[in-house]
Design a protein around this ligand. Structure first.
Ligand SMILES: Nc1ncnc2c1ncn2[C@@H]1O[C@H](COP(=O)(O)OP(=O)(O)OP(=O)(O)O)[C@@H](O)[C@H]1O
Ligand SMILES: [Mg+2]
Length: 314
């Protein structure tokens, strides 16, 4: 769906992006990570032409982006940033309706769309529609920013640290919403973040950048397990990579059938991660957990040996 071919961007004598090639498939969730100044935001902004690339070609559905009319780019690509970029003198409703208005949708259709999006992002119409951005908390403003990016129902979403300023609980609920949106509506998402846990859990494709170049890309598990070099390994968490890998694997992956020795007292949900299981073992000081299904019925067990992937019998 999105293809960057040998893309470079120079600002005067600075090379911000240095001949990168990247293909994001339709419906894929692609996360860009890397140290500050490595060219993530520049890469994102070249895709919607907020920045013109210096060299190479960018295609959307096999068409060079320079051949698209501005209106088409606006309709097809939503863009959300950490600082939200909301217009301060516009109400929440007006901010969300920005792109549909630019696209000259009829008023009734814009109003209906704004209402739909506010419901989707858990913003009550009565409470928020008439508020101004400076009357919102950071998290509410970020929700409005995401709603605005979704307004014209774009098939591509570009998101630059959209949850950067959020507490872990709000952040997690927005991450779940976004994952759900992507799965349900089949959006193609390119997402920039500094939070490696966020990148690892959200991404189908993880792209590691350094000094304007792509160091490595692939599925988060394969990048974690087989980093191309020391830089990638340390960016992904160094010695913490074991925990990061465990966070991506479900308990069901290492579960054993129920034994005959009675069901363990401490329980873990089958959908929980191995990292959560390890945490429960540490916290409860036990080496065995009963694995339960959605109805809390034990369906298997997980031992510490199995959890760490040791071979042989318990
Ligand atoms: N408009 C500009 N003019 C000149 N240099 C720029 C411009 N925009 C970005 N740069 C430079 O390009 C490089 C890449 O910047 P970019 O904003 O893409 O980094 P980033 O990976 O998004 O960093 P961060 O994680 O800090 O947001 C930096 O060295 C930056 O100083
Ligand atoms: Mg940036």
């Amino acid at each position: 769906m999105i293809e960057l071919i040998n893309i470079s961007k120079r600002f005067g004598s600075t090379t911000a992006v240095d001949s990168i090639s990247l293909k994001v498939e339709s419906g894929e969730f692609c996360c860009l990570v890397g140290t500050s100044g490595c060219g993530k935001s520049t890469t994102l902004r070249m895709i919607n032409r907020l920045i013109e690339h210096s060299d190479g070609e960018i295609h959307i559905d096999q068409q060079p982006i320079r051949s698209f009319r501005e209106e088409t780019l606006r309709r097809r690509i939503g863009y959300a940033i950490q600082s939200t970029g909301l217009f301060p003198h516009w109400t929440v409703a007006r901010n969300i309706g920005l792109v549909p208005r630019l696209l000259k949708w009829p008023k009734a259709r814009i109003d209906a769309r704004v209402e739909e999006l506010m419901a989707l992002l858990g913003l009550s119409m009565d409470e928020f529609a008439g508020k101004y951005p400076d009357q919102l908390s950071g998290g509410q403003a970020q929700r409005v920013g995401v709603a605005r990016a979704l307004a014209a129902d774009p098939d591509i979403l570009l998101m630059d640290e959209p949850f950067g300023a959020l507490d872990p609980i709000t952040r997690e609920s927005l991450q779940l919403e976004l994952r759900d949106l992507q799965a349900r509506l089949g959006k193609t998402i390119v997402f920039v973040t500094h939070d490696m846990d966020e990148a690892l859990t959200l991404a189908d494709r993880l792209v590691v950048m350094h000094e304007g170049q792509i160091m490595q890309q692939g599925h988060p598990l394969s990048v974690l397990r087989d980093p191309a070099n020391d830089f990638v390994a340390s960016l992904l968490g160094g010695e913490d990579r074991g925990l990061k890998e465990a966070a991506l694997l479900p308990v069901s992956e290492r579960m054993m059938p129920l034994g005959t020795g009675g069901v363990a007292r401490e329980r873990i949900d089958q959908g929980a991660s191995l990292r959560e299981a390890l945490s429960v073992m540490l916290w409860r000081r036990v080496e065995r957990l009963a694995v339960v299904d959605d109805d809390d019925i034990p369906i298997g067990e997980l031992s510490f040996r199995r959890l760490v992937g040791a071979r042989g019998h318990d």
